[in-house]
Design a protein around this ligand. Sequence first.
Ligand code: ADP
Length: 260
Amino acid sequence: ISPIILSFLLVLLIIFCIWILWRIILKQKKLEDMKNDFISNITHELKTPVAILSATNETLLNFDGIHDAEKTGRYLRLERDELKKLQVQLDRIIHLTRLENKEGFQESLREINLGVLVNKVADRFRSLPGVEISIDNKLTDPVIQTQALHLETVLSNLVDNAIKYSPRDTKPVVIHLSEENQYIQIDITDEGLGIEKSQLPFIFDKFYRVPHGNIHDVKGYGLGLSHVKSLLSHLGGSIGVKTEPGKGSTFSIQLKKVWK
Ligand code: ADP
């Protein structure tokens, strides 16, 4: 090989190494940014209710509440609402970190009625103002053996997303249960924002959030779908999504039928 070709190859090799290094740095930086967003989201969501609670508490301490029952009641109701928000956020964080540590992965198999489980999940969300969920259960004998808590977490995350990413006045979220051959299928359909095709390869990645911009200011940590995916692979199931921007989404779970 002539020295010219050799030095040309060497330059190519150096450029290639620099390019690889650059890619690694970019990837690292993206992950770092996502983690920072995650922390600032959590901090923000905890800070606001705590700030309101300390302000109302201070006000209650500084005036003679006993002689102004109306004002006291107003502040106490405000405190109750903020405490509820805090509780929801803390539940979410505890849930996420527990899953993160793989704690509870040893949950034993239980016999459950899928219809009852789905109703339980739906009822929890129905208690939120303005939320409507309808259930369409086509299963003949919905008793299966599974790790019920994990399945409940999967369903809760998907229903939570369907509600979060649907503007207030859209049609109810629908949970559809059906069976085919060896599989049970659970479809969760919303008529909300939908997801751009270009974003689909990333939505199951840890910390990934679709930038919805100003359309709908939704809070989140970008962890829900990645947990759903890992829990489902643990349960021997799978998940897919059909979605159209502006029209809505259907997340479909398939589970192997393990009857009682
Ligand atoms: P989070 O909701 O906390 O952002 P997820 O991992 O649950 O995180 O979801 C990742 C992204 O996928 C979300 O940021 C959202 O943009 C998109 N997404 C998930 N579910 C839906 C849905 N039902 N409709 C529209 N977008 C969704």
